[in-house]
Design a protein around this ligand. Structure first.
Ligand code: MG
Length: 215
């Protein structure tokens, strides 16, 4: 404005800059990341039904190299997706004998550890189990509590919904059960110190820029 000498103008500009930076810092949005997971397994006779880490009474169970827990597999993939950490098939190949018949809770717990090591905290997880049979309404809350325990979160941050497929398709004819999961995570502002472990992401796979992407 008129009447200000150079010193006044510089001071005014300095104050305006400082305010802009401070307001920007206060308003800065947390670094939220979202991930989606999906899985489907075939229902067969002669196997126990395991969903969300729980045994659910039924005359069939889910076929799989592991215990076939389709819900925990979808949760696992949603977390990996949100944290940019490959996928469940990359980490636990279904032709690797060490994962044969494995309890999927162990796989999920291992992935939770990896997300923490990569500097993420888990925010909330929303799940849908697609199953014509058995009726799952009485297990929804227990499955959510089971998942909350595995993730180290309060139960109210996990939702499990159950839907039929209206008699249509492999889920609708009870040949299979599927699960869809969305997970939200927050990148911590200060990365935690690595606990003496090798970096999880192999260098050269996830982070090597393609031509034209170099910054
Ligand atoms: Mg699976």
């Amino acid at each position: 404005p008129d009447g200000m000498d150079l010193g006044d103008k510089r001071r005014t500009t300095g104050i305006a800059l400082k305010l802009t930076v401070e307001i920007g810092w206060i308003l800065s949005v947390d670094d939220y990341r979202i991930g989606v997971g999906y899985d489907i397994h075939r229902l067969v006779e002669g196997r126990p039904l395991v969903l969300g880490g729980l045994s659910v009474p039924f005359d069939k169970g889910l076929l799989g190299h592991s215990d076939g827990d389709v819900l925990l597999h979808a949760v696992t993939d949603a977390l990996l997706g949100a944290c940019h950490l490959l996928d469940i098939g990359d980490l636990f190949p279904d032709n690797d004998p060490q994962y044969e018949g494995i309890d999927s809770r162990l796989l999920l717990s291992e992935v939770v550890r990896k997300t923490r090591d990569a500097g993420f905290s888990l925010h909330n997880v929303d799940c849908i189990v697609h199953a014509e049979k058995p009726k799952l309404s009485e297990y929804k809350r227990k499955m959510a509590q089971s998942i909350a325990g595995l993730l180290g979160l309060e139960a109210e941050r996990i939702t499990v919904k159950a839907k039929t497929n209206e008699g249509v398709g492999p889920v609708g004819t009870a040949e299979a059960i599927a699960a869809t999961v969305v997970a939200l995570v927050v990148k911590e502002k200060k990365k935690r110190k690595k606990r003496g472990q090798a970096p999880f992401l192999p260098t050269g796979i996830a982070h090597s820029p393609r031509k034209g992407e170099e910054k």
